[in-house]
Design a protein around this ligand. Structure first.
Ligand SMILES: *Cc1c(COP(=O)(O)O)cnc(C)c1O
Length: 384
């Protein structure tokens, strides 16, 4: 048997190499330049990137970190969150949104999400706020910018910190204002598959609060005030220079990439609208940067297998909500406690989407979805 012939080339969920191929010369130069100069950690490119990202988002300060998880942990610590505190976190997000809270010693309190947006349902907040509540972590899930006005009013009324997890929403804006600037701070991840991704790990905090920015900077580097003098117990969460150099080279393309993502999402939305499948409400505004394109069906497991058989990768974001994770068993949640998050977790399937995806590639996915529902995809309808 010929094994090579058996291995079908799957259309990937994200194609980071395609992005490298578009920018290879620029990225090679950026990396080689750092290699030659030798200041490999917190080198000049880190500060340049921090300035560029602060300018891009409209925030007063940006602090580069080693990961998005570290950025969230760092900002929570710098805000004084710790043992005895409760922090409200949506039940449907990447694990780090909650684990960073737990690592401060505080307790995450999980909030159910809205069916339409898969983001925090503000109507549930009042019931979750106690005298111990210290902060809310709002997650702009899948790249969709949450409108934080209502959340900010609730947070201010109860004197809670509002931290935005923007790890999936680089470039998303609400009324032309960048996510991460509505709360007290915003955190970003530059993991390779994100809308702005580096060639390793990376993260950042943005804030308009100068005191908070200074505390973050200090805690990022072992709490040092000067070399080998430690004012506080800090961490090694420093950003490597090479990651900053790659991000500096890529940042000017972020808005264009997001436009390409939006175009691809519009193509899916139009083609899939007639199928008995939940598709995300499409809008061509910059409030959604389409980090992930997620569809929903009660037949999700079948659909996932079918997509693979038809040559397309798929993703599950996320198959198990956080309140039901084994790591949080001690918090005592039970199935059906947060029914919307649980249903989305059961029914969601992520389709391939990245800036460089071609219509031919998307049609392969669309044809597979039509086939799943026993329908014929008429490509001619797509021609305008
Ligand atoms: C990716 C991600 C993180 C963590 O970022 P890392 O850089 O991988 O540590 C946190 N929250 C959300 C919502 C994410 O998608």
């Amino acid at each position: 048997m010929n094994l090579a012939a058996q291995t079908v080339q799957l259309l990937p969920l994200v194609d980071v190499v395609a992005q490298y191929q578009c920018l290879d010369w620029e990225l090679d130069q950026a990396v080689l330049n750092v290699l030659a100069k030798g200041k490999y950690v917190l080198g000049p490119e880190v500060e340049q990137f921090e300035d560029a990202f602060a300018h891009y988002t409209g925030a007063r300060h940006c602090i580069g970190t080693i990961t998005g998880t570290a950025a969230l942990h760092l900002v929570l610590r710098a805000c004084g969150i710790g043992p005895g505190d409760e922090v409200i976190v949506p039940a449907l997000t990447f694990f780090a949104s909650a684990s960073a809270v737990s690592h401060t010693g505080a307790t995450p309190v999980f909030c159910d999400v809205e069916w339409e947006t898969a983001c925090l349902n503000v109507n549930h907040l009042a019931a979750l706020i106690t005298p111990r509540t210290a902060a809310i972590v709002a997650v702009h899930l899948y790249g969709r910018a949450l409108d934080l006005q209502q959340l900010r009013i609730i947070a201010d009324k109860h004197r809670l910190l509002l931290i935005e997890d923007c790890c999936q929403a680089h470039g998303a804006r609400v009324s032309r204002r960048h996510v991460g600037t509505f709360g007290h701070a915003g955190v970003f991840s530059f993991y390779p598959g994100k809308n702005l991704g580096t060639c390793g790990e990376g993260g950042a905090i943005i804030t308009n609060d100068t005191g908070l920015a200074e505390r973050c900077r200090q805690l990022r580097d072992h709490g040092q005030i000067r070399r080998y003098h430690h004012a506080k117990l800090g961490y090694n969460y420093r950003m490597p220079t090479m990651q900053a150099a790659v991000l500096l080279a890529k940042l000017p393309y972020l808005d264009d990439w997001n436009t390409q993502r939006r175009r691809a999402a519009a193509f899916y939305a139009k083609a899939l609208g007639d199928l008995p499948l939940w598709t995300p409400p499409y809008s061509d505004e910059d409030g959604h940067v389409w980090h992930l394109y997620t569809v929903r069906t009660p037949r999700r497991s079948e659909l996932a297998l079918w997509l693979n058989a038809q040559g397309s990768a798929y993703g599950l974001h996320y198959p198990l909500p956080l309140h039901l994770q084994p790591a949080y068993r001690h918090l005592g949640y039970r199935p059906r406690d947060l029914p919307v998050a649980e249903r989305i977790a059961r029914e969601t399937c992520t389709l391939p989407l990245f800036p460089e995806i071609t219509q031919t590639q998307q049609k392969k996915v669309i044809r597979a979805l039509y086939g799943f529902f026993g329908r014929e995809y008429d490509e001619l309808l797509e021609k305008h």
